[in-house]
Unconditional design. Structure first.
Length: 84
């Protein structure tokens, strides 16, 4: 299994993870604690990894679809826009 396969595997396995804040974490910025949907951010990240994995495997259509989904969910995702 190569690195691109690992990106695809990770993205697919963790796409639907429910992410929550560990309130005892000391590294979180105070202002982000209650304002961000962490599960949505996780889905965006996983879609981006899937796009990268597909791009690396030269699956251009699948990569484009993943990056488009990233931008639908987060139009300001600069790396998603750059990869597309």
């Amino acid at each position: 299994m190569n690195s691109f396969d690992e990106l695809l595997r990770y993205g697919k396995e963790h796409m639907d993870d429910e992410v929550s804040i560990d309130y005892f974490a000391v590294s979180l910025p105070d202002l982000q604690v209650f304002t961000e949907d962490l599960s949505k951010r996780n889905r965006i990240h996983c879609l981006f990894l899937i796009g990268l994995g597909n791009l690396g495997k030269n699956n251009k259509k699948e990569a484009e679809e993943a990056f488009k989904k990233v931008l639908e969910m987060d139009p300001g995702h600069s790396e998603g826009r750059r990869m597309l």
